[in-house]
Design a protein around this ligand. Structure first.
Ligand SMILES: *Cc1c(COP(=O)(O)O)cnc(C)c1O
Length: 401
C-alpha cells in the first residue's frame, strides 16, 4: 500500500483520540530547517517541533550520538549508574547556577519535580506556589493547576490545590498573594505559549527580591526559553536573575524526549531516596543526544550567532509589521524566540494567517491567541529568514480586511 499524506491521515484519524488538531501532512524526514512530507512537499520549519529541534532536524552530531548509544545500551533504570547520564548532569552543573540535577522525560515532568521539591524543601504547612496569569507549565494535573489560564482547567476540576495566580507583571498584586503557606514563585522568564510575552523590565529582579525577603523559592520554567533559544544557554543568564530551581526540556535532547530539574545543593538534599523517581528519567540514549546537543551549543560563537540572527530576524519582522499596521501591532521576543503581535483585527485572522503560511510551506503557529510565533532551528541562516519574511509579507498582504 502506498503511503501518502491522505492515506496516513485517513488511517490515523480512525485510531487516534481526537485531542490534536493537525495539519494534513504526514512528515517523513527532515534535515536542517527543512521537512519533507509523504507526498514529497518540502517545508521550511520555523517552529522546530515547538522549540524542540534547536539544532535542526537530524543534526549529524546528535544522530551519531543516538546511534552509537542505541547500539551499546538503551535502558537500565536508575537502579544503576550510566556515563551518558552523568556526563549530561555534569554539563548542566558546569553551565548553570545549579549543583544538582534530577532527570525526567518531559517539561511537565520536570515541573512536577520542581513543584515537589519546592514543597518538601519548604517544610510542613508551606505548599502554595504563586504562578503568573498567562503562564504555561504543562498538561499533567499539577502542572495544569500551575498554569494560570482557565481554558486549560475546564472540565478537569477538582485540580490539585496550592496554586495561586498573580496578575501578569503587577508588582503589588503578587505581593498580596503571599501567605504563611506560600513556598515559591514559579514563572517563565518569557512566556512562550502565552504569546512570546516577556516580563516587564526589572520584574524578575523584583521577584528575586520578594523571594529573598519572604524566604520563598524562585522557580524558573525554562522549558521553552532554555537551551540557547533566547541567545544565552538559559534566559536567566542574560536577565541577571538567578533562580533556586530551574526546569529544562524541549530542546534538551534536540528531539529525544528528555527533561531535567536543576537546583542548589542545599535544596536538593530534601529529595532523599524514596521521595521522587522516574523509570525512564536519564535514559542513556536521550542523555547521549542531550550531551551532543549541549556540546554543539557551547562551542565558540554558537550562542553569539543566535543573538545576531535573532536581532536580524526581529528587524525584518519590524519591517513587515510597519507594512501591515492594520494587522500587526509590534514585535517582541529574545534570541530566536519571537512573536509578531497582532492588532485586534489581526488576532481574528491569526489562524488564517498561520494556515496561509502553511499553504506556502512555511511552518509557524499562533501563540496565546495574540502573536504569530517564530521559533526556527537555531542553525537557521539569513537566507532562510529572508525567505520566511518574503512569504509572510505576501500572506499578510493577501489578507482581506
Ligand atoms: C512546552 C512547555 C511545557 C510542557 O512541556 P511538555 O514536554 O509538553 O510536558 C512546560 N513549560 C513550558 C514553559 C513549556 O513551553
Amino acid at each position: 500500500m502506498e503511503n501518502t499524506n491522505q492515506s496516513i491521515k485517513n488511517r490515523a484519524d480512525k485510531v487516534f483520540i481526537g485531542n490534536y488538531l493537525r495539519y494534513p501532512a504526514a512528515i517523513v524526514s527532515g534535515a536542517g530547517c527543512e521537512l519533507i512530507d509523504a507526498d514529497g512537499n518540502r517545508y521550511l520549519d520555523f517552529l522546530s517541533g515547538i522549540a524542540v529541534c534547536a539544532l535542526g532536524h537530524c543534526h549529524p552530531a546528535v544522530t551519531r550520538a543516538i546511534s552509537e548509544q542505541a547500539s551499546r545500551l538503551v535502558h537500565v533504570s536508575n537502579l544503576y549508574y550510566t556515563n551518558p547520564q552523568t556526563e549530561l548532569a555534569e554539563l548542566l552543573v558546569e553551565n548553570t547556577f545549579a549543583d544538582k540535577v534530577f532527570m525526567a522525560n518531559s517539561g511537565a515532568e520536570a515541573n512536577e519535580a520542581a513543584i515537589k521539591l519546592a514543597r518538601i524543601a519548604s517544610g510542613e504547612g508551606r505548599y502554595e506556589i504563586i504562578t503568573l496569569e498567562g503562564s504555561f507549565h504543562g498538561r499533567t494535573l499539577a502542572t495544569v493547576a500551575a498554569t494560570a489560564q482557565p481554558k486549560f482547567h475546564q472540565g478537569f476540576e477538582p485540580l490539585p490545590q496550592g496554586f495561586v495566580y498573580a496578575e501578569f507583571g503587577d508588582v503589588g498584586a503578587i505581593e498580596q498573594c503571599i501567605t504563611p503557606q506560600t513556598c515559591a514563585i514559579m514563572c517563565e522568564p518569557l512566556q512562550g505559549e502565552g504569546g512570546v510575552r516577556p516580563l516587564p523590565e526589572d520584574y524578575l529582579q523584583f521577584l528575586r527580591h520578594l523571594c529573598d525577603t519572604h524566604s520563598l523559592l524562585l522557580v524558573f520554567d525554562e522549558v521553552q526559553t532554555g537551551m540557547g533559544r533566547t541567545g544565552s544557554l538559559f534566559a536567566y543568564q542574560q536577565l541577571g536573575v538567578t533562580p533556586d530551581i530551574m526546569t529544562v526540556a524541549k530542546a534538551l535532547g534536540n528531539g529525544m524526549p528528555i527533561g531535567a530539574m536543576v537546583t542548589t545543593e542545599k535544596l536538593a538534599s530534601a529529595l532523599v531516596p524514596g521521595t521522587h523517581a522516574s523509570t525512564f528519567g536519564g535514559n542513556p540514549v536521550a542523555c547521549a543526544a542531550a550531551v551532543a546537543t549541549l556540546k554543539v551549543m557551547l562551542a565558540d560563537g554558537f550562542l553569539d550567532e543566535v543573538q545576531a540572527k535573532g536581532d536580524y530576524f526581529r528587524a525584518r519582522l519590524a519591517e513587515v509589521q510597519q507594512k501591515h499596521p492594520g494587522l500587526c501591532s509590534h514585535v517582541r521576543g529574545m534570541g530566536l524566540l519571537n512573536g509578531l503581535v497582532m492588532t485586534e483585527a489581526g488576532c481574528e485572522r491569526g489562524a488564517d494567517i498561520v494556515n496561509a503560511m502553511y499553504d506556502e510551506h512555511i511552518l509557524i503557529n499562533f501563540a496565546g491567541n495574540c502573536a504569530l510565533r517564530f521559533a526556527p532551528p537555531l542553525i537557521v541562516d539569513r537566507t532562510e529568514i529572508d525567505r520566511a519574511i518574503v512569504i509572510l509579507d505576501q500572506v499578510l498582504g493577501s489578507q482581506k480586511a
